[in-house]
Design a protein. Structure first.
Length: 276
């Protein structure tokens, strides 16, 4: 199928009808704005000079035509530097939910489910592969988000671009407001289990003595659940013995056993109920 020819025919039809801004019509960039050096939206810049929002590059399409055009662009630019941007545009159009124009919402209800799933699966796969090894960057001097780039990009290595969250500081007032709205102590902590540090240490000590060695942490969780019916968190939070840094030396000292790999997989032959 000639995607470029089909795309051009839709655009020519809309231009020939001299369409203006109206209800039920959506504005479309004939040449996508991400292909321009001077794009107005945030993100990686393209290679074309000029203004993407100039009158000659804009056309009004129906929701169906608009969706089809973006799918055709994604097909047309597959394997190029614009593949990621084209597929992202399609996904955004498909997943707008109630924020989408009513006409597009109605279109999505009629949209072929198999086709939608196929496009979404392909898009997610390519987007995932493109994003692998990258992170969102900002310019150190301007603070502008420049897009996602690989960790070995020259501007990242030189320090010109850094992770978008680096250097973000919150005022004491904002921190106090956050803690007030999201208290993290005791029962207000989302990881609260009702188990004190003293009880936790005592239970671990008893299991260590019964096993004759310091138990892998995940096996301790199984034993604890069988004994008390409470599922212990998968890891030690910062509120427990400084993320465990103070716990393991204390257990070694008081039990007399040397700690191995506390996260090793315990033998499937061990039955947690045998150690209650």
């Amino acid at each position: 199928m000639n995607y470029q020819k089909l795309y051009a025919s839709i655009i020519k039809k809309a231009i020939s009808e001299n369409r203006k801004k109206a209800a039920g019509l959506e504005k479309h960039h004939i040449i996508p704005d991400f292909m321009f050096e001077n794009r107005n939206r945030k993100g990686p810049k393209g290679h074309l000079p000029g203004n993407p929002d100039c009158k000659n590059n804009l056309v009004f399409l129906t929701s169906r035509e608009h969706m089809l055009c973006h799918i055709l662009l994604a097909k047309q630019y597959r394997g190029t530097q614009y593949e990621y941007a084209c597929l992202t545009s399609v996904l955004l159009m498909m997943s707008g939910g109630k924020s989408m124009p009513v006409e597009r919402q109605n279109l999505m209800k009629k949209f072929n489910t198999k086709l939608y799933s196929s496009i979404r699966k392909e898009a997610c796969s390519i987007i995932s592969s493109v994003r692998k090894g990258t992170f969102p960057c900002k310019d150190v001097d301007t603070g502008e988000i420049v897009g996602s780039f690989r960790t070995d990009h020259p501007n990242v290595l030189s320090g010109k671009w850094v992770h978008h969250s680096k250097g973000v500081k919150h005022s004491d007032e904002r921190k106090a407001t956050y803690l007030k709205l999201n208290p993290a102590d005791g029962e207000n902590n989302t990881r609260f289990s009702g188990i004190s540090n003293e009880m936790f240490f005592e239970e671990y000590m008893m299991l260590t003595i019964k096993m004759g060695k310091i138990s892998p942490f995940q096996f301790f969780r199984k034993v604890f659940f069988e004994k008390h019916g409470v599922e212990f968190p998968k890891s030690l939070s910062k509120f427990r013995f400084n993320c465990g840094k103070e716990f393991w030396p204390k257990l070694e000292k008081e039990s007399g056993f040397v700690l191995g790999n506390r996260y090793e997989k315990y033998s499937h032959k061990l039955n947690p109920r045998d150690f209650i």
